[in-house]
Design a protein around this ligand. Structure first.
Ligand code: 5GP
Ligand code: SF4
Ligand code: MG
Length: 459
């Protein structure tokens, strides 16, 4: 999911949030929503669909206020229905609360059970559980910040939150900082703050990057500025490496460089690790392209565009069924015969999850006249499901969970197949390699997962 927030009295906060969400659209395409605080009133609009489908000028004009919270949703917990759209807006003793969540809790069931406000839940999402946990603490007599912190301490899993309250806006990350969240300031007024899942959400509205919300930190933003509180005793950085490889936008900055640069670098590493002679290197648009360019630069093999993407088709993995997924791919990528005919082709993609995309692509390339197809993947084999907010499916659906690289190569009908090594992936971050979650590649989950939750996804 994508989360966004802005505290800026005197600005059109709904419009700023609209554009912020527009830049974060890739993080969730199922539903979109904006809540604005306007004195004691909260205005809310949320609907199924893309940001541009959900909002127009007329609707945005009905969302006045000085503070806004926005969300684009991609479901990992709870079904794809409008009630599950966010922000979640609920009543408390101290007024309304609006919450936008990116991530996934692993103790939702237990938290639900112990929630006094269980009967008030109207959705099936973990995000609403967090909202009611805060409401419960506040209603029991705590002030906003204390109440929220008590609720965060009850949550296990991944959560980057933007929360609107009558006393200001909060930005929070779980103690491992699994999902990103950044702070920016409006260039027009550096006392006005913005929160966004990624820096591309700041760029679009001309805001400047200030810093990340740190793992285990909550920031409170209001008329007195920004104050910070460390609410977790044991923060330990474990940023999702998949954000860097695939999920986040290439123009977003993490660890002081664009993800485009990181993705080029893993392409170079991949070329060092698994060079093969060929005539051209192509990338699978859009996510495989930076790594393909890196592969080409390192190997000296010419980079070319071999597949053209229809820009207006969403990510194939958003489609809920296998059949839709397969037809979705046909709609999405068209081969360039003139480029591919008679060539030995290296095709680079960022990941193989189920293998559906790759199998079809290889066939597409051969039909277009490629005489050899070598597949290179700029991440290691995905062997484990994610419990922290990326929809990598159940383990039995992951092709690398049960098959060796050779078996996968046969299934995909490629002339050769190689994946990036785990060490290559982590070293290319140029950061402490302990600072990342890479559980979907090695099963080493940094936040322990309750047995019955594990059983729901593991073979
Ligand atoms: P698959 O191997 O499942 O057919 O799809 C792999 C392609 O989907 C890659 O091109 C990759 O860009 C994209 N992808 C990346 N992350 C995910 C994910 O979390 N889930 C799924 N299903 N696809 C993803
Ligand atoms: Fe990211 Fe994989 Fe960890 Fe999930 S399991 S948070 S996708 S690295
Ligand atoms: Mg892709």
């Amino acid at each position: 999911c994508g989360v966004f927030g802005v505290y800026a009295p005197g600005e059109n906060v709904a419009k700023l949030t609209y554009f912020g969400l527009y830049a974060l659209q890739h993080r969730g395409q199922e539903s979109a929503g904006i809540a604005t605080f306007d004195g004691d009133t909260v205005h809310l609009h949320k609907e199924m669909g893309l940001v541009s489908q959900v909002f127009n000028e007329t609707i945005l004009n009905k969302l006045p206020g000085y503070l806004a919270v926005g969300h684009t949703r991609y479901s990992t917990t709870g079904s794809s229905r409008v009630v599950n759209a966010q922000p979640a807006v609920i009543d408390t003793r101290l007024g309304k609360l609006a919450l936008a969540h990116n991530g996934n809790l692993v103790n939702t069931a237990a938290l639900r059970e112990e929630l006094l406000y269980q009967h008030k839940l109207v959705t099936t999402t973990d995000s609403e559980v967090i909202a009611f946990a805060i409401a419960e603490e506040v209603d029991a007599g705590k002030e906003w910040l204390d109440g929220a912190i008590s609720a965060f301490r009850r949550c296990q899993g991944a959560f980057s939150l933007v929360i609107g309250t009558p006393v200001g806006m909060m930005g929070v990350r779980d103690p491992n900082g699994i999902r990103p969240l950044v702070i920016g300031t409006l260039d027009s007024d550096p006392q006005r703050y913005v929160l966004a899942s990624e820096t591309c959400g700041l760029d679009i509205i001309g805001a400047s990057y200030l810093r990340d919300v740190e793992p285990g930190e909550v920031v409170l933003i209001n008329e007195t500025g920004l104050s910070s509180f460390q609410w977790s005793q044991q923060p330990q950085r474990k940023l999702c490496i998949f954000e860097m490889i695939y999920f986040a936008r290439p123009d977003s900055v993490m660890n002081a460089e664009s993800l485009y640069s990181y993705r080029m670098r893993i392409g170079r590493t991949l070329a060092k690790e698994s060079y093969v002679d060929a005539d051209i290197v192509i990338g699978v648009p859009d996510s495989g392209i930076p790594a393909a360019i890196g592969f080409s630069q390192e190997s000296g093999i010419t980079y070319a565009e071999g597949l053209i993407k229809n820009r207006y088709v969403g990510r194939t993995f958003i489609q809920p069924t296998q059949t839709m997924r397969e037809s979705g791919l046909r709609m999405k990528l068209n081969p360039l015969k003139d480029v591919l005919e008679g060539k030995r082709v290296i095709i680079v993609d960022d990941s193989i999850v189920r293998g559906t995309t790759s199998r079809k692509l290889v066939k597409t390339l051969r039909d277009a006249g490629a005489i050899e197809v070598h597949m290179r993947v700029s991440s290691p084999p995905v062997t484990h499901p994610c419990f922290y907010g990326i929809d990598t499916d159940t383990q039995d659906q992951l092709i690398a969970a049960t098959k060796s690289v050779d078996e996968i190569a046969k299934l995909l009908e490629v002339d050769s197949l190689a994946y990036l090594s785990q060490a290559g992936m982590l070293q290319a971050t140029q950061q402490d390699t302990n600072n990342f979650c890479s559980a979907c590649f090695n099963g080493d989950y940094p936040i322990s997962i309750p047995e019955q939750v594990k059983r729901s996804k593991l073979i």
